[in-house]
Design a protein around this ligand. Structure first.
Ligand SMILES: *Cc1c(COP(=O)(O)O)cnc(C)c1O
Length: 374
């Protein structure tokens, strides 16, 4: 049994039955040289089962392998499926750390509650991460902007076509090495304002990291692509006026420049996903002496702010890409405009570097956000 350095509490015991047919050193080195994102699994995975009678049981690490489900399994039809995403970083001293994993554990539990699923205790969530990263530590790449991406997920696995919360769940954790999200450097994206489709409505599942939210977003993403845009930006469902998120990332607006720069991120109304990167940046900005707050930004505010120069930069943030500048906006009903001349602004780059430096150990972890695994 391992112990969490954050709490001193014993983590959930995970039985170890690792793969005997993992990738060769040569094959792994080849993959780590150019991992892309989510293309190659590591050698192992963790899984555990929940039943109404027995609760969580049979937590084990085993070889990464296909799963087999009865065709009438709940999640295949009714979508009881949630997930998380976080990264493990290899630091210069050889240690391997994750960034705020208990935040992911808490959000995973909140997502489970929203979808009427069994919650995974944080001890099992973190215990699984520790077991898998220790076992597959050779899969954590070296180098700036490289990491091992961790994907925990939870599925309703009761068999039968009745519509009700499943009485059985499967928790899984897989890992995949990730390279620089922008192999050719950070470049501003163009965005399409989605006037016709909404991601999430009040009372819906927008706050939960559930698979269905992504399925529901793909048509708007495809529409953005037909208009030559990289990403879709979501508006609120009621007025179709307030900016919520960009694709699977949260947004930040920079008002003013230099010493008077001030950050505003859309406040969490219940239909936004509460990003851990978003929340961390509120703190990082403050420690850099940049005012940062939650607020409301309308489409008109955005367009007029860019025209007047009051809005100097806009960027999106999330675990996968850290920070992505937004350079151009297009829409069906509100026109088209550029943000900061479609260039990456200085506040965007400063925050991106500051956050990466904490995550990769280049700067001290003043906020106690890193969790050492090995
Ligand atoms: C995961 C996610 C984010 C970003 O959350 P992080 O914790 O920062 O990775 C933002 N929006 C949506 C819709 C998401 O699913």
């Amino acid at each position: 049994m391992t112990t969490s350095t954050e709490t001193g509490t014993a983590l959930w015991p995970i039985a170890l039955n690792p793969s005997d047919h993992g990738a060769s050193d040569a094959r792994r080195a080849e993959i780590l040289a150019d991992p892309g994102f989510g293309r190659y699994p590591s050698d192992n995975m963790v899984r555990a089962t929940w039943t109404t009678d027995g609760g969580w049981q049979n937590a084990r690490l085993e070889a990464y392998a296909p799963l087999t489900f009865d065709p009438a399994t709940n999640f295949l039809h009714y979508g009881q499926a949630i997930f998380e995403g976080l990264k493990a970083y290899r630091h210069a001293d050889g240690s391997i750390k994750t960034f705020r994993p208990l935040k992911n554990a808490a959000r995973f539990a909140a997502s489970a509650r929203r979808l009427a699923m069994a919650e995974v205790p944080w001890e099992l969530f973190l215990g699984s991460i520790e077991a898998l990263v220790r076992q597959d530590r050779a899969w954590v790449p070296e180098g700036q902007e490289k990491s091992l991406y961790l994907r925990p997920f939870l599925l309703g696995t009761e068999v039968g076509l009745g519509v009700r919360p499943s009485n059985e769940y499967e928790f899984l954790l897989i890992a995949s090495p990730a390279g620089a999200y922008f192999p050719r450097g950070v470049k501003p994206v163009s965005v399409w304002l989605s006037d016709d489709y909404v991601r999430a409505a009040p009372g819906g599942t927008g706050e939960a990291k559930c698979a269905g939210n992504y399925a529901a977003s793909l048509l708007a993403q495809a529409e953005a692509a037909t208009h030559g845009c990289d990403q879709v930006v979501w508006l609120d469902a009621i007025e179709r006026r307030w900016i919520e998120e960009m694709g699977g990332m949260n947004l930040y607006f920079v008002f003013g420049t230099g010493d008077s720069a001030r950050l505003v991120t859309p406040r969490l109304t219940g239909s936004l996903l509460p990003g851990i990167t978003r929340e961390s940046l509120l703190t990082v900005a403050e420690s850099l002496g940049i005012r940062a707050e939650e607020g409301q930004i309308s489409v008109d505010d955005w367009r007029e702010g860019c025209a007047s120069g009051e809005i100097s930069e806009v960027f999106a943030c999330g675990t996968a890409a850290v920070i992505t500048p937004v350079g151009e906006v297009k829409s069906r009903t509100s026109g088209a405009w550029q943000v900061s001349g479609a260039r990456t602004g200085p506040v965007t780059m400063q925050l991106r570097q500051a956050l990466l430096d904490i995550q990769t150990g280049a700067e001290p972890d003043e906020h106690g956000w890193l969790h050492t695994i090995c």
